[in-house]
Design a protein around this ligand. Structure first.
Ligand SMILES: Cc1ncc(COP(=O)(O)O)c(C=O)c1O
Length: 357
């Protein structure tokens, strides 16, 4: 079986973890600080704040920006549930805007119509490793005084006209094992804003500025030094991993037939967290089954858009989003990870072309 994702843990990660275990200090400490500094450098920002997951990174970022009850936050319905759930956690209201069918990302041309007096923030999600079209999004945010919290959970090292995903507004990353790099579980918030950075640090640690003095309601969303040791070792490999993903994505784009392959607009660096094709004509599930029989792992990200998930339907989140709904029936992700050999790549191409070409 060629898996859809493969964990690449080497001697560096193992050694780094053993070093922390031997140090006797496992909780958030010097490794977390070193990981934060290195991550901020990677992203091209001044501050990075580590958290326990991508979900808690989004939750903390929303709180740090003062988003709360009565506020509306614009985001995409075609994403992992956590992008929208984080808005519910702070008792604000998600407002969905449909996607651009070519990029699968929120369509900036449709955002303005969704802005109301209650709108406080936009959460663009850089899905599959491709940045959203950030120039119009930042312009809209500026014109309407809105906060931008980028869900960059799938976009470590992705670029938009030379600028890294997560460096436009407040960035939120996931370090879950299937991501382009991992810390086992973990998250990271990136920002150039000193005040936001400080609020994030305080919220992740029980609202505590001085030991056992709690100024506000906070959480335990800390990362441990064990996780940071893995993350730091992985971060050193990010460029190599991303280059391998990009080369695999290019190969698939050049050789696949009968499916609509992903395109990165001019000036974008797509880091292929997922390599997602469209299979049209109602054939997606048959192709998925055929590939499974041929020993090729696939994924459907995502089979149900957020507004159609039970938890959202029951809360009456209005609106239909035809492109998100169509994408959910057509998308199919193929293996693109750095552990694939050229023989694997050939096998994937032959199998897809036999079924679709
Ligand atoms: C787009 C998106 N947002 C948020 C998350 C949440 O990250 P985590 O699983 O680390 O909580 C993920 C992770 O799968 C994601 O893909």
């Amino acid at each position: 079986m060629i898996p859809i994702a493969k964990l690449l843990i080497g001697e560096e990660e193992k050694h780094a973890v053993l070093e922390v275990l031997s140090s006797g200090m496992l909780a958030q400490g010097p490794k977390v600080r070193a990981f934060e500094e290195a991550f901020a450098d990677m992203c091209g920002v001044q501050y990075a704040i580590a958290t326990s997951s991508g979900t808690t990174a989004l939750h903390v970022a929303l709180l740090a920006h003062g988003i709360g009850p009565g506020d509306e936050v614009i985001t995409t319905p075609f994403t992992f549930i956590a992008s929208a759930n984080s808005i519910l956690y702070v008792r604000a209201r998600p407002v969905f805007v449909d996607i651009n069918p070519v990029t699968f990302n929120i369509d900036p041309a449709q955002i303005e119509a969704a802005i109301t007096l209650q709108t406080k923030a936009i959460i663009p999600v850089h899905l599959f490793g491709l940045s959203c079209d950030m120039e119009p999004i930042m312009a809209l945010a500026q014109a309407h005084g809105l906060v931008v919290i980028e869900d960059a959970c799938q976009a470590h090292g992705a670029e938009y006209h030379g600028k890294r995903a997560g460096s436009f507004g407040t960035g939120c990353f996931s370090l879950y094992p299937t991501k382009n790099i991992t810390s086992a579980e973990g998250g990271m918030i990136t920002t150039d804003d000193e005040v936001i950075a400080e609020r994030c640090q305080v919220t992740r640690q029980h609202g505590m500025r001085r030991r056992y003095y709690h100024d506000e309601l906070g959480f335990n969303f800390r990362m441990t030094d064990v996780h940071a040791a893995i993350g730091l070792a992985q971060l050193q490999k990010l460029e190599r991993f991303n280059e391998a993903r990009i080369a695999n994505g290019r190969f698939l784009n050049e050789h696949l037939a009968g499916v609509i392959t992903p395109t990165a607009p001019e000036g974008y660096r797509h880091v292929f967290h997922q390599y997602t094709v469209r299979v049209t004509g109602g054939r997606r599930d048959a192709v998925l089954e055929g590939l499974r029989e041929k020993g090729i792992g696939t994924g459907v990200y995502y089979p149900v858009p957020v507004h159609q998930q039970r938890v959202y339907v029951d809360q009456e989140y209005e609106g239909t989003f035809p492109e998100a709904e169509r994408a959910a029936t057509e998308v199919l992700s193929l293996p693109v990870h750095p552990a694939l050999s050229s023989a694997d790549m050939e096998t994937i191409v032959v199998a897809v072309n036999e079924l679709c070409g």
